[in-house]
Design a protein around this ligand. Sequence first.
Ligand code: FES
Ligand SMILES: [Fe+2]
Length: 360
Amino acid sequence: MSVHLTRSLEADFYTDPAVFKAEQAGLFCRTWQFAGHVSQVENPGDYFAFEIADESLFCIRGRDGVIRAFYNVCQHRAHQLVSGEGTTRVVVCPYHAWTYELTGRLRAGPNLNAVPGLDKSQIRLTEVRTEVFLGFVFVNLDPDAAPMEEWFPGARAELEAFVPNWAGLKPFEWVEIEEACNWKVSIENYSECYHCSLNHPTFATGVVNPDTYDIQPQGYCLRHTTECQNLDAMTYEIDSTIPHSREYSSWFLWPMVSFQVYPGNILNTYHWRPVDEGHVVVWRGWYTAGGEDSEVIRRLAVQDRSTTVEEDIYLVESVQRGLKSRGYVPGPLVVDPGCGVNSEHSIKVLHGWMREAVER
Ligand code: FES
Ligand SMILES: [Fe+2]
């Protein structure tokens, strides 16, 4: 019987600036990316600027209630339009005061009427594809991108069922974690639990029952599922009448976002923001009804930061150093045909997506 081993990706995928450049010019521009939360644009004229793939963009709510996203560039001579966040009646360019409607249409500009043949209706800000998903704004710089439902089949409906109060949630706590590693190292670490029993001491004894932990693809979503244990010893109370309240689940949406739901229907998010080939910033988001203060959530955020997150930083930074070693030869993945917690089948799936991203 011939044996075919699945090897890990070549090291330069994680260390070569040219690969990062290719990802930034390709993958990051044709996938669904996290922009922010709808509560940042609650009222017409509210806006916030953000960056994706080295592009400045901004999100703004129109008078019609629609949330739109635009490239943050004036269609006159390219000055940036907004920075940070705020509220405005119209978007006014700071350079020569061209003025745009909240829909992106050019409304006026000094002396424009003096120009023969200049048709204002032909000029508008360049809009990008937007979807609101569980109260989060996602954008895709590819005008022809398939909708999120096709990328991540079923994920939205599942999340809505796991987080029944999602529409009233607001960001309450953000934790920002800088990691000196390639974004893919961090994402791979998030996407397998072969390292958990050794590196996360609370793992086996906590709420997750490790023997039942599994990660399976669902389109371009990696779905983590497990049975829970010791729920009665939890530090906070769970309303067991709410469906899924005694479950843990997570939905990683390739390439850069993950939604996790803890027992008690508690939503929290990961948002990876790649800086360069050797650095990534991970944003951990925590949410409460109306953004109200919550001792429980605050404690969870601190606990998570000081255990799992802290433990993972050492792992991913060591891996990044190792990937630069002349002595590293990509090893075989531990792909157990039966899957399960000690299998790297999910890494095999990720590597396929990572390869396809730069080889297309
Ligand atoms: S560049 Fe914006 S008005 Fe001139
Ligand atoms: Fe980990």
